[in-house]
Write a protein that binds this ligand. Structure first.
Ligand SMILES: *[C@@H]1O[C@H](CO)[C@@H](O)[C@H](O)[C@H]1NC(C)=O
Length: 606
């Protein structure tokens, strides 16, 4: 009694639960356990199920249960009363439809030894002996189709390459076939573009910088992926959510807005440059959209196709059943919403390859940017209008988030939520991945695109301003510092108003810092630009789309080890490096054999 009053008081005073000692933590029931998988399913009666069990005590006081409760009262930690198991159950065929009951009974018997009650919280997946046998022989028609498409693409490439070499000397060559020439596409990928005058704006450094950002994103994603699987030391994952590293990574998710700003920035700027050759008209909109779609959709469709067919068969084992099967099924279900870039609108709460929401948002903002630029390119007050729209939509963000209690990602990155990939969290599905939430970034990009174009017309003196150059030079570390400091200080705030205010201020500061960073990379001939404009980055930079699309599958397959494993910084780093290297290794042929030829082919058709 005294103990619990004291605990409540303690909570009240410090706002935080007590950390359990290592000895106490070791007394908690294991969060994850797996039975032998292969031998279980080798028996005719074999039935292997994954489930989550909710434990409650049969009697009080119950010292272990109290430890579980105490530990779980930290909202960033796992809820330790929920236990995940992969169990080998055996059942005759007639009973197999009753797997949930069989699983729960086993859970009850097990929990009795701990003086606890068990209730089935969720049955994730079950596999029977027969399914395993069927799986081994049968290849589904979709899987066959996928292989056929791959072979057809390969054949086209071979034909195109042979044709290219055979007709080198002739003057009239078929452009549609030439699009498939591997040697031409390889040259396009590896070409080194050099900038002439260092005073002129150049975009190579942005490509190089994008690689660095992608590496950062991949690292964050590799860490996230480990929450989906069975680990022997969940304490490490819990610690990560409250550590500075974890906070920087989750608060750094703002980075996605920098990519979005870049999209609309480059689009406007290029359109404005084009307007010098030919006046812009609204009629050009379909062509603008077509150009982007033919670049992105073929690769995107290929990766989604893989997700829907072979993804769950690439690496077999218990963890594939547990964590990949379900997402792969969503790929089948949502395939067409992805192809039409509506995956963050239709069935948005179901995810297949998590990062693909970005492509949908990016496409929506791209279309809006084209539309506005084609309409308003002559309008003198455009920059002012975009500034107003920027602040206007920030305010809309603020209001909607305040009303619906949406929170930024740094408040959502709690162990339990990450382990289900933010399932049923409105903040994530209705705000974070939404297009309207990203509108301020779009208007910022439009503004900067116009600014860049104006600078080209007048002389480029802003970027020789000493203070600005200085700010640019420190903007990168400053961005990280900002994410770390604000993340740490706001991690424990809970009032709705302060969270929403934080979100808006955070967005403004982040957009400000990253714009100075990016505009500087383009306009200021400094050490950062020289580093990121190094020609060695160029080919890697051109693979960014493919790498971005591949890395999630690659990371998942690497993390789906068929046993319960310990994680540590080393483990994560190794998985990260493996993910990066493999993703680039896959992206190389995909870029040369799929992205480039399809793009050229469809460009020629028009
Ligand atoms: C843990 O999960 C159970 C089942 O959903 C729930 O009843 C309980 O309130 C949760 N505990 C905490 C501390 O969130």
């Amino acid at each position: 009694m005294y103990k619990s009053i004291y605990a409540v008081l303690f909570l009240f005073v410090s706002g935080k639960a007590r950390e359990l000692t290592d000895a106490e933590k070791s007394r908690l029931p294991r969060m994850y356990e797996l039975d032998e998988y292969k031998s279980c399913l080798a028996e005719v009666d074999g039935l292997y199920c994954f489930g989550t069990i909710h434990l409650t005590p049969t009697e009080r006081p119950h010292d272990i249960y109290e430890l579980m409760e105490e530990h779980s009262s930290n909202p960033y930690y796992f809820n330790r009363t929920l236990i995940r198991r992969g169990w080998c159950l055996s059942a005759r065929d007639a009973e197999k439809s009753n797997a949930a009951n069989i699983f729960e009974n086993r859970a009850k018997n097990w929990a009795k030894t701990l003086r606890m009650n068990a209730k089935l919280h969720r049955l994730q997946h079950c596999r029977t002996y027969h399914e395993t046998k069927d799986d081994e022989d049968a290849i589904e028609p979709e899987q066959k189709l996928f292989v056929k498409i791959l072979l057809a693409i390969l054949a086209m490439n071979i034909v195109g390459t042979v044709y290219d070499h055979a007709t080198r000397d002739s003057s009239r060559r078929n452009k549609l076939l030439l699009a498939w020439s591997m040697s031409a596409n390889w040259n396009k990928l590896t070409a080194i573009r050099t900038t002439g005058d260092p005073r002129l704006p150049t975009f190579e450094a942005v490509q190089g910088f994008r690689i660095l950002c992608l590496l950062f994103v991949f690292y964050a994603h590799v860490l996230v992926l480990h929450y989906l699987f069975f680990v022997a030391n969940p304490e490490a994952l819990e610690q990560l959510t409250v550590s500075t590293k974890g906070i920087i990574l989750s608060n750094g998710s703002n980075l996605v807005h920098m990519f979005l700003i870049l999209t609309s920035y480059m689009t406007t700027y290029n359109l404005l440059l084009y307007s010098e050759k030919k006046p812009l008209e609204l009629r050009m909109l379909p062509l603008c959209i077509y150009k982007r779609i033919i670049r992105i959709t073929p690769v995107y469709a290929l990766v989604m196709g893989y997700g829907a067919t072979w993804y769950a068969r690439t690496r077999t084992g218990p963890m594939t059943d547990y964590a990949i099967k379900g997402y792969s099924a969503t790929c089948v279900k949502k395939f067409w919403t992805h192809i039409f870039y509506l995956n963050n609108v239709i069935n948005k709460e179901e995810t297949c390859l998590m990062p693909s929401w970005y492509l949908a948002v990016d496409m929506h903002l791209y279309i809006l940017t084209c539309l506005l630029t084609l309409l308003l390119w002559r309008y003198r007050q455009a920059k002012r209008l975009y500034t107003h729209l920027f602040f206007g939509f920030l305010f809309v963000n603020f209001l909607v988030c305040y009303i619906y209690e949406y929170k930024p990602l740094v408040f959502l990155s709690k162990a339990e939520a990450i382990s289900t990939l933010f399932e049923k969290l409105p903040s994530f599905w209705h705000y974070y991945i939404s297009t309207w939430g990203a509108l301020p970034s779009c208007f910022a990009g439009l503004y900067f695109g116009h600014l860049q174009y104006d600078l080209l017309k007048k002389d480029n003196t802003i970027f020789t301003n000493k203070a600005l150059v200085y700010l640019h030079n420190i903007s990168f570390p400053l961005t990280i510092l900002w994410a770390a400091v604000t993340g740490t200080y706001t991690h424990s705030i809970s009032s709705r108003l302060s969270i929403t205010v934080f979100m808006v201020v955070d967005k403004i500061v982040f957009i400000f810092l990253s714009s100075i960073l990016v505009l500087g990379l383009i306009n200021i001939d400094g050490p950062q630009r020289r580093f990121f404009a190094w020609s060695g980055w160029q080919a890697l930079g051109r693979m960014s789309l493919c790498v971005m699309l591949c890395h999630w599958c690659v990371g998942c397959i690497i993390a789906a080890k068929p046993y319960v494993y310990e994680i540590s910084d080393i483990e994560m780093t190794v998985d990260w490096i493996a993910t990066v290297v493999l993703s680039y290794a896959i992206a190389l042929p995909v870029t040369v054999l799929v992205e480039y030829p399809f793009q050229k082919f469809f460009e020629t058709i028009i």
